[in-house]
Design a protein around this ligand. Structure first.
Ligand code: FAD
Length: 454
């Protein structure tokens, strides 16, 4: 079986590292992928996306993920979407080969790679045809664990993250609230210390929480000091890594019916005096907003990658169809009215790809623990790059998906041709985790120095 022949992530990354050293005989994976050293790659591992300039590690990740995803064909995703069934098998396959720990420390069983490689992993999952649903089935485990990894104590890290990497536990991310939406600093969920000091009681509501039906843990942002008692609204929020036990008193999750990505549930979550132990607090009380921001920039990169994957997958389907479908005596792709919109969609994806992997590189290299840490990279530069990348990739994906549907005529609208599913899914990167408008507001203020507009 193909899966048994695959290299584990550790083996894959070891190979990539070996391959970048000169004069070293490169090991080969039996029957699996062979990525040779590339200063500038000449052999794309997959069609469509131009792979020049990526590192060996990124291309090794890409190849290995595509191999795993070969076991999950288009029909699997169409069926999961239609029946709204969670893709447990993909999560398990990725966990089995160690991929869930791609950006977590090696001493916890992770691979110690960065968001640059994790973005490639999520892009490749989406691009394989799994789309946003496939990527979202593991997405939070990769980005929401970043602030836990950085700010938790050694003991917390050890207890919390190993089981995420092994796939035994799954994480969801609880920030958005029904009454405050994008105004995160106004969120109302309260964590009140218990009288005996053993922990907190959580009360409040969250909305749109992905994977809450299958999660065992939640990264939760809640207020520990009421808004009226803090100097700045960014103060008084705390980040918790809580047990998410739907059988325990005071916790409920209700599924929301939605347009796309239906294989992965999104939920309203209700807390009513839900007890969490003191030990669930990550970092200092009141510093939760700063802590969680660390995960949010990573999330923007991952989602940009997922959007790119959707866009390339759609273009792949549309160009294949345009070569084969003959009307008026020639393939429809010979008509410039079909060819040019697809060509321009490709160029937009390629440009967004550069912005995405630039942002991921800045994110990684701004970290003092990165081997190629660059102290000149400011948090401002990281924020501008990650937000811009998410915006550009989401728009490029939308253009590619919409044009793919239109260029396939009636079949673009048929579920069995899959592009309608990609089009439904590609709205998510446009509105979450932060909307297009809020990114414009951020860039207007932070990059252009214009007065704050919101
Ligand atoms: C499928 C899906 C999965 C999600 N998963 C998660 C998850 O796992 N965890 C989680 O915490 N959240 C999740 N979200 C929530 C998501 O991050 C929010 O939906 C998103 O941040 C937008 O918030 P809102 O829906 O409350 O919009 P609102 O804040 O109500 O805004 C509505 C619209 O008004 C615009 N707007 C508001 N204020 C301004 C302004 N000042 N200037 C210009 N425009 C403005 C916004 O851009 C937006 O278009 C998910 C959402 C979806 C759809």
């Amino acid at each position: 079986m193909v899966r048994n022949m695959l290299p584990s992530l550790q083996a894959a990354t070891r190979l990539a590292r070996t391959a970048t050293r000169p004069n070293v005989l490169k090991p080969r994976w039996e029957g699996a992928l062979q990525c040779t050293k590339r200063d500038f790659s000449i052999t794309p591992c997959r069609p469509l996306m131009e792979t020049s300039g990526f590192t060996d590690e990124q291309l090794t990740v890409r190849d290995a993920i595509f191999k795993i995803c070969e076991n999950f064909p288009d029909e699997y995703w169409m069926e999961r979407d239609q029946t709204e069934t969670y893709p447990h098998e993909l999560h398990a396959a990725l966990a089995k080969d160690g991929w869930l720990g791609i950006a977590l420390p090696e001493n916890l069983g992770g691979s110690g790679l960065g968001i640059s490689e994790a973005t490639m992993m999520l892009q490749s999952i989406a691009e394989s045809g799994a789309g946003l649903a496939g990527a979202q089935s593991i997405h939070a485990n990769v980005y929401a664990t970043q602030p836990v990894s950085k700010f938790a104590t050694e003991d917390q890290r050890d207890r919390f993250l190993r089981k995420i990497i092994s796939g035994e536990w799954r994480t969801c991310f609880g920030v958005t609230e029904p009454n405050t939406g994008l105004e995160t600093l106004k969120l109302k969920t309260l964590a009140t210390p218990t009288q005996d000091g053993s922990g907190y009681h959580i009360s409040g509501q969250k909305i749109w929480i992905s994977s809450a039906q299958v999660a065992t843990k939640m990264v939760l942002l809640a207020r520990t000091t009421p808004l009226e008692d803090v100097k700045k609204p960014s103060e008084g929020l705390s980040m918790f890594y809580i047990d998410f036990d739907l059988n325990a008193p005071g916790l409920e999750a209700k599924k929301i019916k939605k347009m796309g990505g239906r294989a992965v549930d999104a939920n309203q979550v209700f807390f009513e005096n839900y007890f969490v132990p003191k030990d669930a607090l990550i970092g200092e009380e009141g510093q939760g907003f700063k802590i969680i921001l660390h995960g949010m920039n990573a999330e923007r990169c991952l989602l940009a990658g997922e959007a790119l994957g959707l866009g390339y997958a759609a273009l792949d389907k549309a160009t294949t169809y345009a070569k084969e479908r003959v009307v008026f005596g020639r393939p429809i792709g010979q008509n410039q009215a079909i060819q040019h919109p697809l060509a321009s969609a490709f160029m937009h994806l390629e440009a967004a790809k550069l912005a995405t992997y630039h942002a991921a590189r800045l994110y990684d290299r701004s970290s003092p623990s990165h081997p190629e840490h660059d102290s000149s990279i400011t948090s401002h530069a990281v924020g501008v790059a990650c937000n811009s990348a998410k915006y550009l990739a989401a728009e490029a994906a939308f253009t590619a998906c919409e044009r793919s549907v239109m260029s396939m005529g009636g079949m673009g609208y048929a579920a069995e041709y899959h592009v309608e599913r990609y089009l439904r899914e590609c709205f998510v990167p446009r509105l979450a985790p932060v909307s297009r408008e809020m990114i414009m507001n951020f860039i207007g203020e932070k990059a252009l120095g214009l007065p704050r507009s919101y």
